[in-house]
Design a protein around this ligand. Sequence first.
Ligand SMILES: Nc1nc2c(ncn2[C@@H]2O[C@H](COP(=O)(O)OP(=O)(O)OP(=O)(O)O)[C@@H](O)[C@H]2O)c(=O)[nH]1
Ligand SMILES: [Zn+2]
Length: 352
Amino acid sequence: MTDARPATRAIDALRHGWPVTIAAGADSLTLFAVETGDAGRLTEFDPDATAPLLLSAGRAATLKLVNQRAAATPDGPVMVERAPWLDFDMGSALADPQLDLGTPLKGPFRAIAVEQPELAAAALKLARMAGMLPAFFVRKAPSDIRVTLDELEAHEDADRLSIAARAKLPVDGAEDAEIVAFRSLSASDEHVALLIGTPEGRPPLVRLHSECLTGDVLGSLKCDCGPQLNAAIREIAANGWGILLYLRQEGRGIGLINKLRAYALQDQGFDTVDANTRLGFAIDARDFRIAARMLHLLGQRDIRLLTNNPAKVDALQAAGVNVIERVPHKLPPNPHNERYLATKRDRTGHQL
Ligand SMILES: Nc1nc2c(ncn2[C@@H]2O[C@H](COP(=O)(O)OP(=O)(O)OP(=O)(O)O)[C@@H](O)[C@H]2O)c(=O)[nH]1
Ligand SMILES: [Zn+2]
């Protein structure tokens, strides 16, 4: 089995502001994360000030850099040539859309060829795994901390999930529930399942709920997560038997801080889809193979799924779960989440 520890070390290093090298065979790319860097450390990383800046396609499109991009795929990473005016602060402004309104972007900026597109794409993925802005100054010379593409892949391998603990957990709406916790490689990814009712041999009614700290805990009205969570527990209980999977995929997989950055963009008028794109992330970065693995460990292959999102059905089917029925999970809108729900309906294929 591929060693996943280098990926854990790489994530930790980036969060500390230490350079990380991503390697595949003889090729490598060394990354300096804009988010956790500063001007002094950038000079240490790149004394000649020649390191270009790696950005996502979405971010480059926002900055109007995408048309002049040399030979890359439409949604592939973009490399911005280093220029005297592209110093650390300007790199931060290019990376962070929250600064778009406050920082005049003094260019010109020029996109150059991405020599190692696979490594560059992996770098952006690593930023998502670390919950950081997808923006790096890059150089060729290796650093002490190194991770390969295979090791990054291994870190996300759903097969490494295992059941770690289970106990009775009476909850509001389902007093006969049992909680099952799953261990994964990173402490922030401790997914849980709430088993409600008695199996009786029928396929369970299943809800995949992705973590939303603001909605689930603080009662945010910006989304429908809190009410959906409560209603799911009640609906499963009323059905007599089912499972709520509580997946630690905050912000559709981009992490809490990046989600709140997306909220700041929504405060400026962008919708939930454009906010993710402007930050440089996929609209939905969740990996539902984790949910499939949890259902497998719980011995469930055939399920009825509570969701309005056909992509969840497709992702589970592709991961070997037989979704025999999609059960709608619609709740009344409030004035704060009306636009969010309309965007989900109009732009992300939700059946609302
Ligand atoms: N990036 C981002 N994530 C958001 C935003 N609003 C809510 N979320 C996250 O979206 C996830 C909730 O999605 P779900 O309700 O599980 O799923 P869904 O895709 O809407 O589909 P349903 O099953 O129909 O509810 C949680 O992880 C939230 O934190 C947003 O504006 N931006
Ligand atoms: Zn929410």
